[in-house]
Design a binder for this molecule. Structure first.
Ligand SMILES: O=C(O)[C@H](O)[C@@H](O)[C@H](O)[C@H](O)COP(=O)(O)O
Length: 266
């Protein structure tokens, strides 16, 4: 790793020399959390997003992880999903299935994808109901200070505008406090119809990792992490603040290039 530091209130920053190194560290991080969670709870409830994240998780398909991770104990969810058919090129489910899930021995019934045959609103309601059932049985843990689900790990990407999951800047869904899963029909990033975990769910997780690469995101990384004043407090990525859980940023050097004090020593 090129550099690692703990920010006073924005979590741990892991800044990598290149994508290969980032991918190795990310796979190791996920495998360690999976092992700890299976040891403690017997299962690992992980929520993933779309975008470049899935490619960056690719080392999990390789040695040693394809054989050492207890894949049968994984329960997989989506922190956000595009409301399209599961075989559609835009589907986050398809992206993850083609890129990872079909290459490792996960249990098909543990793959919790959205209902793709209903409206965005109904898909969000259905997904929340489904998650509620799994919280009841503690397949998904429950938060200590609310009734929110406590995922063992939520993995997020971030857009150049600072969006995470499908929570976009200045959108009323950022204020959603009671729903666990909500929907959007006017997403600025296509496709327009999506469902997404809300901030209370993201911030109740035991672990949240935001994986960001590339120079086009450097400004948003700076605004999400550095002390930049009150104008940016509502940037979605800045609102990722796990209440009790641990936040880790996986960055490559270009994405980290505008961070204050980013002249890191090796
Ligand atoms: O469905 C989606 O669009 C994603 O879940 C979204 O939140 C993604 O993670 C970011 O837009 C970053 O995507 P990139 O890493 O591809 O830029």
């Amino acid at each position: 790793m090129a550099y690692s530091r703990v920010h006073k209130d924005r979590g741990e920053l892991r800044i990598h020399e290149n994508l290969d190194e980032l991918g190795t560290d990310l796979a190791e991080y996920i495998a360690e959390l999976s092992e700890a969670s299976v040891k403690e709870r017997g299962v690992f409830a992980i929520a993933i997003s779309g975008g470049s994240l899935i490619g960056l998780m690719g080392k999990l398909r390789e040695a040693p992880y394809h054989k050492t991770v207890d894949w049968a104990k994984w329960y997989i969810f989506w922190a956000d999903e595009r409301v399209v058919g599961k075989t559609h090129a835009d589907s986050n489910y398809k992206l993850a299935k083609d890129g990872l899930l079909s290459k490792v021995p996960v249990v098909p019934s543990h793959v919790n994808s959205i209902n793709d045959s209903v409206s965005a609103e109904e898909a969000a309601d259905d997904y929340e109901f489904h998650i509620r059932q799994l919280v009841k049985t503690r397949t998904i843990n429950v938060s200590d200070n609310s009734d929110c689900p406590k995922f063992d790990l939520i993995l997020l990407g971030m857009g150049p505008d600072g969006h995470v999951a499908s929570l976009f800047p200045d959108h009323p869904m950022l204020d959603e406090k009671s729903e666990w899963v909500t929907f959007i029909t006017d997403s600025p990033k296509p496709p327009p119809e999506r469902i997404t975990f809300t901030l209370p769910v993201i911030n109740s997780a035991s672990n949240v990792a935001v994986v960001v690469t590339g120079e086009t995101k450097a400004e948003a990384v700076h605004l999400a992490i550095d002390d930049v004043g009150s104008d940016y407090l509502s940037l979605p990525a800045r609102l990722v603040q796990p209440t009790k859980g641990k936040l880790v940023w996986f960055l490559d050097k270009p994405a980290a290039s505008k961070l204050d004090g980013s002249q890191f020593s090796e």
